[in-house]
Design a protein. Structure first.
Length: 122
C-alpha cells in the first residue's frame, strides 16, 4: 500500500513517544488551526474545537497534504482502510461536519476531482 513519508515520520514519532513516555507531541499548524497529536484535539486562537476520531483523522490527513486535491476514493481509503462502501456518503458527512466546525472556506470542493484543504502545514 502506498504511503506518504511525512505520515510515516509522524507515526514513527508517535510510537517512539509512547515507548519512552515523552511529553512533547508534534503539532501540525495550518489555516489558523493547531492539531495536537498527543491530545488528539484541534485549537484555533486558543479555543479547543471538539472533533470525533474520524474527523480528527480526516483533518490530520488534509493538513499533511495542504493545497493538494484529494479524491473521495483516496480519502475514504485512508480513513477507513476499505471498511466502507465506495458509494457511501459517509465521507461527505465528515467533510460537512468539519466545515461546520472549522469554517466553510477551510475545505474546498473541486467538482469531479475531490477536496482541497486551504492551509500550508508547518
Amino acid at each position: 500500500k502506498p504511503f506518504h513519508p511525512e505520515e510515516l515520520h509522524l507515526r514513527v514519532q508517535a510510537l517512539l513517544r509512547r515507548s519512552h513516555g515523552q511529553a512533547n507531541q508534534p503539532t501540525l499548524k495550518a489555516a489558523g488551526l493547531h492539531l495536537d497529536e498527543g491530545r488528539q484535539c484541534v485549537t484555533r486562537e486558543g479555543a479547543d474545537i471538539q472533533l470525533t476520531a474520524a474527523e480528527f483523522r480526516l483533518l490530520r490527513y488534509f493538513m499533511l497534504h495542504p493545497e493538494q486535491i484529494l479524491s473521495k476514493s483516496h480519502l475514504a481509503e485512508h480513513l477507513y482502510d476499505g471498511e466502507t462502501e465506495r458509494d457511501s456518503n459517509v465521507l461527505e458527512v465528515h467533510v460537512n461536519h468539519l466545515r461546520r466546525k472549522l469554517g466553510r472556506s477551510v475545505i474546498e470542493t473541486r467538482r469531479g476531482q475531490g477536496y482541497l484543504f486551504g492551509g500550508q502545514a508547518r
